[in-house]
Design a protein around this ligand. Sequence first.
Ligand SMILES: Cc1cc2nc3c(=O)[nH]c(=O)nc-3n(C[C@H](O)[C@H](O)[C@H](O)COP(=O)(O)O)c2cc1C
Length: 192
Amino acid sequence: MVSDPLAQLAAWLVDAEQAEIYEPNAFVLGTIDSTGRPSARTVLLKGLDSGLLFATNYLSRKGDAIGGGSDVTAVFGWYSMYRQVIIEGRAERVSVTDSDEYFDSRPRGSQLAAWASEQSRPIQSRDALDQQYEDTTQRFANDDTVPRPEHWGGYRIVPTRMEFWKGRSNRMHDRIAFERDGDVWNVTRLQP
Ligand SMILES: Cc1cc2nc3c(=O)[nH]c(=O)nc-3n(C[C@H](O)[C@H](O)[C@H](O)COP(=O)(O)O)c2cc1C
């Protein structure tokens, strides 16, 4: 275990990739809305720097819960490797430039979907959804590039706590918790 938990997460992500785990970058993101109601869903990690980067629709249920910034949790579960990482931290929107850059790197079909789908909103049928995609395809048919919709972009989760769980025999697992104190990470071993 290294002393920087973000470096440790990066190392475990490489291990998960090398173990050919399906979607090794997937994690479950937990949010709390303004009424205190919790919700969770899977998203994909798109980068790791001072925090964890993911992208979504800012007008979705999760986007609404996070708004300009709020506390969240994230859980990576690599069950076949008997490993789990639990993160608590604050999610903040990344810069417009970073969102643009990431949006530009996405396949055109995903870019069109960002315009075509009002994520988390109800729609009357699959046909109606397909029609929205078709209409969007037509709308941008003569454009070489699809611009980023304002409502789509990245978030960075800056962790305040990260816990690494490694399964061991007889349920005597390893749990190493990192708690941020200013610039320092305090490390504690927890009982399983
Ligand atoms: C493997 C996997 C990866 C996903 N990645 C993302 C993602 O990166 N961004 C995203 O907005 N939704 C992603 N989704 C869809 C979300 O789980 C969710 O359905 C969607 O974002 C709407 O969530 P919300 O209504 O709680 O905002 C993914 C789903 C799965 C199963």
